[in-house]
Design a protein around this ligand. Structure first.
Ligand SMILES: [Zn+2]
Length: 171
């Protein structure tokens, strides 16, 4: 709520001083909107970067968004998911995982669709949209894990059958 900033005068003053009134007002609007959906929201200030950090806990995941100096024109300078870069669940080195994403979702690359890509951000979007996206992509990754595991299990079964058939032919 507005109270996240209003109850913490030091934070309120730092954001006003280093980021300005327009920035602060937009941030408050975004926080109000965020908290209607995600109840655990915390705001801190990075004294080195001189930008606010918004942390949301949702579905047992900790999503930490370090806002951009040019927020809301640019949104964030980093997004962390459970202490690691969010990009880790978007960029795959495994060809099998890439293929599974295409098969299941018809998507070539999650990072190209993501708000981590600056060109996908629009000023009308809100912090809630980022959190929504992170949770959506966590779900996609779980689906991919299951899909790949099932595929391997099936392949194992097929191989077992092939082996069994071979043995039958030999004997
Ligand atoms: Zn990409």
């Amino acid at each position: 709520m507005t109270s996240i900033l209003n109850e913490n005068k030091e934070l309120f003053d730092k954001i006003t001083l280093y980021c300005g009134n327009v920035y602060r007002r937009r941030l408050i609007k975004d926080l109000e909107d965020l908290i209607t959906v995600y109840s655990i929201v915390q705001v801190n200030f990075d004294d080195n970067l001189r930008v606010p950090i918004v942390t949301v806990i949702a579905d047992c995941n900790v999503i930490k968004i370090t806002l951009h100096k040019s927020f809301p024109f640019k949104c964030h300078s980093s997004i962390e998911l459970n202490g690691e870069p969010y990009s880790k669940i978007l960029i795959y080195t495994s060809g099998e995982r890439k293929a599974a994403l295409k098969e299941l979702k018809g998507i070539d690359c999650l990072c190209c669709e993501s708000y981590i890509c600056e060109s996908n951000w629009k000023i009308q979007l809100r912090l809630r949209d980022i959190v929504d996206e992170v949770l959506k992509n966590i779900k996609i990754n779980i689906e991919l894990d299951t899909y790949i595991r099932n595929k391997h299990n099936n392949n194992d079964k097929i191989n077992e059958n092939v082996d069994a058939n071979k043995k039958r032919k030999i004997h």
